[in-house]
Design a protein around this ligand. Sequence first.
Ligand code: GLU
Length: 359
Amino acid sequence: MSAVPADSRPPVRVRFAPSPTGSLHLGNALTAVANRRFADRHSGALVLRIDDTDAARAVTGGEDAILRDLSWLGIRWDEGPVRQSERGELYEAAARRALEVGAARRDADGSVRVGPVTILRADGTATYQLASVVDDLELGITHVIRGSDHRPNLEPQRAIARAVGGELPEVIHHGLLLGADGKKLSKRHGHASVGDLREEGIPAAAVRAYLEELDLPAHDVRLDPARLQRLAIDAIAALPDAELAAAAEAPPQLARALRGARTLVEAREIAARILSPAPVALGDDAAPTLERFAELRAGAGDPLDEASARAIVRELKAVGGDLRALRLALTGAERGPELWTVVAALGREEALRRTAAAR
Ligand code: GLU
């Protein structure tokens, strides 16, 4: 009946163990977020381990891409990166222990196995199965949290742990993230990796929020692009002006014109169109509007505050001005962000220059 007091349990230690194959698959990012959250909830530590025992699968720059993705998503790690390629001696020693106690056997080709599972290749290098188990023991991992694609590894790894004289930590498998069509999420679906999403202009905060929402799925879940898009819109709305402008590679005064963008790529496009518009030549009908605009703009402040920018547009509308022509003169396009935001974004001199040039 003696309950173990909570504080006598060892501190929680989890690990995230990607293979260095390039930008993180979104499913792996889900695993990373789940491990970080688990560590935070239990005041524990997250160890970053790079599973690079399989030289054939390693990609040049693969580890850097992963570190960059984790930083972009704001996923901290407390220890590491621990590289399996630098820990060969530990694995060999463990295999030797297993051989000594008769828990492993050496085959004719020199490879070593526990039951049907190879733990050392004929060339003496450790397989993922051995390296993963030895590291989980050596690094004092208390909980393994990983995708359910690793469920078949559980029993073999438990056997290997015992063979090398340990016990596997508690293992929690979470459901996988599938494509919207229910198939394994892959390049073909688009937005399959963190790098893809970054390039699509989905803010990091939106990706992180999406993965946090999925929590630790008990079953496989399908990627919901509409939800991701919604979170991207929310994340862009929540960005302070300066950050939104910087993300769109635009000067800060453009921020208000970028507010309607659904992705940062779109924000960049809107900014580019405002900063370097296609030249237009408008007919005489546009002259009264452009003249009136020029008068109003010349008489207003620089930079222009929101109220004054809105007042100029309102005044033009009240006198029946051709707002389409003004938009064309200022942006070279028929459509775009709210007109007052464009008026506010351009300095006085630039706005006057563009209206004069359009006539
Ligand atoms: N390196 C493995 C992977 O990327 C992780 C193995 C594990 O979590 O045990 O899927």
